[in-house]
Structures are given as C-alpha cells and as structure tokens.
Design a binder for this molecule. Structure first.
Ligand code: F6R
Length: 608
C-alpha cells in the first residue's frame, strides 16, 4: 500500500531516501516525505503529490543534512492526501519522526488517551498516535520506547523511526506488513520491498512479525517483541537492478508485457524434467493430495481471474470439483471446508490483506494451503503450508501482466502434477500436455508479434466511453482480466460478460456507441460466439474480435481483429491475454493516462 525506506551510513541520507522512494512509488503515490536526523536534530519535508514534487521541494535532498533518515510514499487510508497527512509524522517536541505502512486499528482509543495526556494531533492519520506513544515512553532509551510503543498497537504495521538523540540509528518494526533490511558495508537500509534495495545491496534480512530491528552504519540488531536478541543470517536476493528498471521502455507496464516470454520460461522450464512436472518445492505429500475432495481457489483482482482461468484445467485434470472465490467474500462467508479441502491462494505481492485473511480463515478450519506467490518471503508465502513461486521477477507497474500469466502457468503445472499423481490422464496425454506447456513462452512471443496494429486500433477506439468484453468458458475468464486491464489504466467503463448472458438483460445497453471485444478462441464454441457477434452487430455495436490466427472467418463480421497464435485448447490463456494487455496499454497511452500508476490504485493492497 504505502512504501517506506530507511538509511543509516556515512553519506547524506536524503538523496538515497528519495532514490529509494522513487523505486517504491508504485506502492502509493498521493503524497510523500522524508525526515533526516543530523547533529541539529530532525529535519523533515513532506508534500502531497508524487515523489517528483518531494524532489523539487527538497532540492533533490540538498535541503536536508544528516547521515540517517526515513522516507515514505503514501496511499491514503485515514485522512486525505494532504501535506499535513503525509508521512513522516513528528512528535510535538521534535525528538521523533516516524513513517508507517498499514492500519492501526485501535488508533481512536489511543488518540483519545494521548489527547488527554496533552499531546497535540496535527493530522487526521491513524499513524500519528505512534509518534506520540514514542514520546510518552521515552526516558533516554530509544529501543525501550520502541518496544513499549509497538506493544500498544493493534492492527498491521511496518514502522520506521528516528530519534534526535541518536543521529546514527534507525529503528524498524513489523506486524503483518512487509519490511526488509538491506545489509550494506558501513551502511544499512530498510524498505517495504527489495526493489528499493537492489541497487545498494543484494544481502537482505526479512524482518518477521512482532520483531524490532535497530540499524547503525556498522550493525543490525534484531529483537523479539520481548526484547530478546535474535540472530538471522542475511539472504541473497536473485533479482538484479535491471529487473527493477525500465530498460529503455516508456513504461514499466510495456516492459513487463514484453518480459512475459522470459518470465514464463523461468517459471515453467525448471519444473519440467524428463517430460514430467517436478515440483521439488511442494511440501504437500502425495498421500495428502490423493485425499483431497475439493479444491478452493482464492485471490483478489487479476489474481482471482487467474484462478478463474486455472479452474477449468484443474478440474479437467484432477476430476475434483474446483471453486474460485473472491478473498474479500470468502473471508466472511463462513466457508464449509475441512482437512480434505485444498486451498490454493494466488498473489503476486503475497501481502494482499483480504487474501491473507481468507487464507487464515480457511486454514483454521483444517484445509491445506498451497500459495502461488511472486514475492519471496512475503506474508502469504509464510502462512501457507507450501509455496510455489512464480519467477516473474519484480513487477512494478500497478496493473499486473506477467504476475497474472505466471500465476496461470503455475496452475497449469500444478494441474498436470496432480494428474501424474492421481493418474487421471494417460502417459501419452501427459506427454502432449507437457509439450504444450513448454511452448507457452513461444506462444506469448508470437501473440506479441502477430499484433503490430494495436497502436492504430487504440487510436480508433480510445474515445469509446463504454466497452463490453464477451467470451465463453475459459475465454470468459480471459475477458474478465482483459476488461479489468482496460478500465484500471484507461479509466474507460468496461464490463466483462459471459457471451450467452448478454441477451438476458445487458444487451439493452448495446448500441452504435459501444465497442464489444469478442473473444472466440475455442474452436468448439466458435459458432456460438459468431451468433453473439451478429446479435451485437445487429444493434449497431462495433466488434473487435479476438481469434486464433487461422480462424479468419470472423473477418466477415468483426470490424477489427486481434490475433492470437493457434492455441493449445487447454493451456492457451497466457498467450490469449497478451493482445488485450497491449490494447489496454495503448488505449491508456492515447488517453494520456498515468499508465504505471493509475489514479486511486496501489500495487499491494495491504488494507481491507
Ligand atoms: C490488477 C491488479 C490487482 C491485483 C490484486 C491482487 O491489475 O494488479 O487486481 O491482481 O490487487 O494483488 P496480489 O496478486 O498482489 O495479491
């Protein structure tokens, strides 16, 4: 949701903090600020708007002097995105400044208590209680004040703090919100995610829930919630700088679309050995899998649509009923599950609050949990019984692309793996399936190469104020993701419908001002889709067809066409979504939208 950074070392902190915030801007970008501690106490500058505003207001950091500091980029929850509500927040006596990501659930009670003790609140945020608690509990020992403060907090937090009395020291604490420590030479860092750290160090320590970290230029000390010292060796991260930079592309989103052949190759190939799917990381025993009688998939947004797409294949290959549920609904639905249920949780970030809650709810009722996650060491990865990582690399654009396609491909691998164990497919069928899965990266590249016309189509259709995406069966799942992609980055109204449902009401909205994107990628349903296309054409709509390259009959009805390669009937989704990702991208570009950071959104939704 928000991004936080911290630095302590032997160089000016402010430019480094600003640089880290730029890397985290995708997590939230409505206001930002930095606080630096030097010999003259704490200096703080904050502002509404993007990091660029903060760079201007601080003259690229040169207005703040000191070798330790903290920074924050915000996605507003409590209080509007104003200068005053931006983080850091400073104590009334100017001794402490803090940044916070998460939500303090008991802030109202704490606020009242602190007001009665004479503390003056300047902002509308839940965060400000933390800095006043620090003042309340400080009697010359920064660590003790931190421990007593976090003991009073309920909810989720990643906190960074500085104290004017300790100009070389920064503190961090976490509870249900990511925080990673970067281990440098003569300098140390913390950040909400590794993208802000990779240009400085690849050695990181993942802070666990309830822990506190004290960072000086030369050392990092970890403590439990009771103050007991903890030793943890750093982990080496595999992502490099290039992965977190735009690499010549105008936007991260375009770069990430183009990276998909590589990301899918990295996700798929190591898991296929001697023509079998081998999931070495899977910590769910074969016997347990054999006892499963229900598979439940849960996630939010695009990850949920990945689950919708994967459901068809999982069901076909396991012969076990599969349902896909929105995590925000599942968590309150009193789900009927037991130890024979397998819950599959999909999440790029591994930090989505609703997904975490649904996971906990279902796990507590005895289900086994398999997480399919991109961010190593994330909360969901830790809570699950087993994790299969999508090796997509860092995804920076808020709208997911490679996150989604790698999630779908892991569901494919898992489905085939189950078919191997459950013997629900013949050896020949399994061989063929594995060959088709291995072809996915190539298919994605072909889907990119087949559609050089997309920027021109975007020019033709970007004025359209309302669109419908229709499809049947797995094409319907892809239509939902294509529609979400378009609306979130271009701000056009768009809805996805099962093609057969249109005539049960929604067709009333179809007229000459609508564009209908019709996905007809399944041979057995092609004629049905042609009928639906005729229905909407007869009401004046324009039709943009999406079809395999050999199904050119659609040209008789559609106004324009996006082509996909001739797809494997089962494993076609990752290639099928690509032209729709590109269409959304170019329409948003035509409309002059903020593509990587769409309005009102944030990359990792760590609040309910
Ligand atoms: C849309 C998008 C979101 C996420 C959703 C879940 O482009 O990115 O809908 O898919 O917020 O996020 P993760 O996968 O991080 O749990």
């Amino acid at each position: 949701m928000c991004g936080i950074v911290g630095f302590t070392g032997k160089q000016e902190a402010a430019p480094l903090l600003l640089d880290g915030l730029k890397k985290l801007e995708y997590r939230g970008y409505d206001s930002a600020g930095v606080a630096v501690v030097g010999q003259n106490g704490i200096q703080m500058i904050k502002t509404s708007g993007m990091i660029q505003n903060l760079c201007e207001k601080t003259q690229n950091g040169s207005l703040l002097q000191g070798f330790a500091g903290i920074g924050h980029t915000r996605w507003a929850t409590h209080g509007a995105p104003t200068d005053v509500n931006a983080h850091p927040h400073m104590s009334n006596d100017g001794k402490f400044a803090i940044v916070h990501n998460g939500i303090i659930e008991n802030f109202a009670l704490l606020r009242e208590e602190l007001k009665q003790k004479g503390f003056v609140f300047l902002s509308e945020t839940d965060t400000e209680v933390i800095v006043h608690l620090l003042t309340l509990y400080y009697h010359g020992d920064f660590k003790e004040a931190m421990m007593k403060t976090v003991a009073r907090l309920e909810g989720s937090y990643a906190i960074g703090a500085v104290c004017a009395d300790c100009p070389d020291r920064i503190f961090a604490a976490r509870q249900f919100s990511p925080l990673i420590l970067g281990v440098g030479i003569g300098e140390n860092y913390f950040a909400s995610d590794v993208t802000a750290l990779v240009s400085h160090t690849k050695n990181v320590i993942y802070l666990e829930d309830g822990e506190l970290a004290e960072l000086t230029p030369g050392d990092i000390y970890l403590y439990s919630s009771t103050g007991k010292p903890i030793h943890r060796e750093p982990t080496r991260i595999l992502w490099d700088m290039e992965a977190a930079e735009k690499g010549g592309y105008e936007h991260f989103m375009l770069k990430e679309i183009m990276e998909q052949p590589r990301a899918l190759k990295a996700t798929i190939e190591p898991r296929i050995q001697n023509n079998r799917v081998v999931l070495e990381e899977l910590e769910i025993a074969e016997e347990t899998l054999k006892s499963v009688n229900r598979i439940l998939i849960t996630a939010c947004g695009s990850a949920y649509y990945a689950g919708q797409a994967g459901k068809y294949v999982l069901e076909a290959l396991t012969h076990i009923p599969v349902t896909t549920e929105l995590a925000s609904e599942l968590r309150y639905s009193n789900p009927i599950v037991d130890e024979h249920t397998l819950l599959i949780v999909l999440s790029q970030s591994g930090e989505t609050a609703d997904t975490i809650s649904a996971l906990k709810e279902v796990k507590a009722r005895g289900a086994k949990v398999l997480a399919i996650v991109n961010v190593v060491g994330s909360t969901i990865a830790k809570l699950a019984d087993s994790v299969i990582y999508t090796w997509a690399g860092p995804e920076i654009a808020v709208a997911t692309t490679k996150g989604y396609t790698t999630q779908v491909s892991v569901l494919y691998l898992f489905a085939v793996y189950c078919a191997q164990i459950l013997q629900t497919a013949t050896p020949q069928e399994l061989d063929q399936m594995i060959q088709q899965i291995l072809l996915i990266p190539q298919m994605i590249q072909r889907a990119i190469d087949l559609n050089p016309q997309i920027p021109y189509l975007a020019k033709r259709y970007h004025h359209n104020q309302s669109l419908f995406f229709i499809g049947r069966n797995v094409d319907y799942a892809v239509a939902m993701e294509g529609s979400l992609k378009l609306k979130e980055i271009s701000y056009l109204h768009s809805e996805a419908y099962a093609a057969g449902e249109l005539k049960h009401g929604t067709i009333a909205l179809i007229d000459k001002d609508r564009l209908v994107v019709a996905l007809a990628c399944q041979e057995q349903l092609f004629d049905k889709m042609m009928s639906n296309i005729k229905e909407v054409k007869a009401r004046g709509a324009k039709v943009l067809g999406v079809v395999p390259e050999d199904m050119r009959q659609i040209l008789a009805e559609a106004d324009d066409v996006l082509f996909v390669p001739k797809l494997s009937p089962m494993f076609g989704v990752p290639a099928e979504i690509v032209p729709l990702q590109l269409f959304a991208y170019y329409v948003a570009k035509e409309n002059g939208c903020s593509i990587d950071k769409p309005r009102n959104l944030a990359k990792s939704v760590t609040v309910e």
